[in-house]
Ligand binder design. Sequence first.
Ligand code: HPA
Ligand code: ZN
Length: 338
Amino acid sequence: MEASELKTFIQGIPKAELHLHIEGSFEPELMFQIANRNQIAMDYDSVEALKKAYNFNNLQEFLDIYYTGAQVLIHERDFYDLTWAYLTKVHDQNVVHVEVFFDPQTHTERGIGFDVVIKGIYSALERAKKELNISYKLIMSFLRHLSEEEAFKTLESSLPFKHWIDGVGLDSSEVGNPPSKFVNVFKAAAGHGYKLVAHAGEEGPADYIWEALDLLNVVRIDHGNRCLDDDNLVKRLLDKNIPLTLCPLSNLELKVIQRMEDHPVSKMLEKGLLATIHSDDPAYFGGYMNENYYATAKGLDLSKDQLMQLAINAFEASWLDPETKALRISEVKNYFNP
Ligand code: HPA
Ligand code: ZN
């Protein structure tokens, strides 16, 4: 298929996004706008100068800039505008279901109330449900470079808003901060009814994926690139049908892979793993859902069947109720085989 034809085709696929950090959807233009109205000085003179800094050699170099960018978010309206901008953007890309991460500690550490953060995000998600027909789930992530005690405080702060939150996740600097560090807080989160996911095997080893499964009891692995290093782990992921939420452009930008041709997702599909594709931090990595599908399809020369499998897998791996899941999957199948 020609490039423009493939892009048009990808645009039309009904899509689900399951790995998206709302703070990572903060476009430079909106960042400057919010910084201005909050009278916060930016470290960069212009959008262009800021974008030039988006050149990362690893996860930590990205995280340093990502946390700095988030510092201009102060008021409920800021979190609302951030979330609404993301939702209108992906609505244009025919994304019909989202499961969004937010990092409360990135904000509460700066003295912003947990309530301010979640109210802004929640209002935008509710508006999108009504006006854009986008279904959603909300996932609160613990920052793994902080202590388990800090995560416990965050869990406590979340309880008044428990009815708005579907799950907890684990993100930030992976190497040196294994899932085992958060066993107790994940157990407590499960006790409060939260579903569990964790980033594992992005830069960290396959062992961290084992830990996320065996010690944290997660139902999904975010990234999970490194699982192919370990045949027994692949078998375990297959046996339990554990989804892997992959982020190809993120992997390329953070040098988890050197070239898109090396991305593991086609091997994962060959093995029958429940692999899916998402954008992670689209404002920083050069693309939202369509761009991730396109870069992957092109880099790995994916067939239509593989693209269909990826789109189906995302709904399969989602936390939608069984009826809606079946409906969305049938819509994907109809799109590919009208
Ligand atoms: N990995 C870990 N932490 C993150 C990421 C990621 O890809 N994006 C935002 N926080
Ligand atoms: Zn992520």
